[in-house]
Design a binder for this molecule. Structure first.
Ligand SMILES: [Zn+2]
Length: 301
């Protein structure tokens, strides 16, 4: 399908959802529903586009309107895929298949925050406005565990807009940021402030992995490989690492914590299952075992 209006050029780190919002504004369609029908031929939920390219299959219908933006660059530059692929590999190479869609749905579920609200860095938004004349939703603040903007050292803020709200509605960032209805979770902000260094480290690790990962790089495999050479102290204080880590406590849900409680006293079992545990926990464990993530990922093995 050739869309009547071309897509706006995506900005750095802009989510697919944000791009669709700006398309909606540009289309001058009378309603959000009209744009949804134009894009998908039917009413279709947008909530996964906050983080993932699901349903990417439709992107092939829009290609003519992309002005040279490939599906590959949409996937790599405008979704959480570069971060997520370091943890789970997509077994089916055909990105247009249902298997790939399932992978992208899992990616959304593993990367979204417990509160499932649109989030932003106020200083990034201000800089976007000053330099580009528009604000947009960025990918990293939508990732669970990314609680501080490493560029501005500013806590990530929550809007009132939930992923439920955006299923069939477009909320362009330019209309929403600075909206007096925007509400912060004060308890969460306090938790981040009190454990600033831990959360900042996590944000730096997420940001690093997002830019570092490449096809074939898999963090869990690397951890197991490192263990074969006995490079780390297995007798680490796992209870402290897992059950007292403020980042893990804030980012993992109760079901996840329950399964951890069973693993925590058996480090060998935990390590053998590392690729099965929550993304945030894999990152925190990796840091606890090997220290600097960048050094660990770049080390020759
Ligand atoms: Zn920022």
């Amino acid at each position: 399908m050739k869309l009547p209006v071309s897509f706006p050029a995506p900005h750095p780190d802009e989510t697919l959802y944000s791009l669709l919002c700006r398309y909606h504004v540009r289309s001058c369609n009378q309603s959000d529903g009209a744009t949804l029908h134009q894009l998908f031929d039917k009413k279709r939920s947008l909530h996964t586009t906050v983080l993932s390219p699901f349903p990417l299959r439709f992107a092939s219908q829009w290609t003519d309107s992309f002005h040279g933006i490939s599906r590959e660059s949409l996937l790599l530059d405008h979704t959480a895929f570069p971060f997520y692929r370091a943890f789970y590999s997509c077994s089916n190479n055909s990105r247009s298949s249902y298997a790939a869609d399932r992978f992208f749905m899992a990616m959304y579920n593993n990367c979204c925050t417990p509160s499932k609200k649109l989030r932003y860095c106020p200083k990034c938004a201000q800089a976007q406005w000053e330099h580009l004349g528009v604000s947009y939703w960025q990918i990293l603040p939508q990732i669970n565990g990314f609680e501080i903007c490493p560029i501005h050292l500013e806590p990530i803020r929550e809007t009132h807009i939930t992923h439920w709200d955006i299923r069939y509605n477009f909320y362009p960032a330019a209309n929403e940021l600075g909206n007096p209805k925007s509400c912060d979770n004060l308890e969460h902000l306090k938790m981040v402030e009190q454990n600033w260094e831990d959360f900042l480290q996590m944000a730096l690790d997420i940001s690093f992995l997002f830019r570092f990962s490449y096809y074939g790089f898999h963090l869990g495999t690397r951890i197991r490989k490192a263990l074969q050479f006995d490079l780390i102290p297995v007798h680490h204080n796992w209870v402290r690492t897992i059950l007292n880590d403020p980042v893990v406590m804030e980012c993992c849900d109760l079901a996840c914590m329950d399964s951890l409680a069973a693993m925590v006293h058996d480090p060998y079992h935990l390590i053998s299952q590392i690729q099965c545990v929550h993304v945030c926990l894999q990152l925190r464990l990796c840091r606890a075992m090997f220290g600097d993530l960048e050094e660990f990922c770049n080390a020759r093995m």
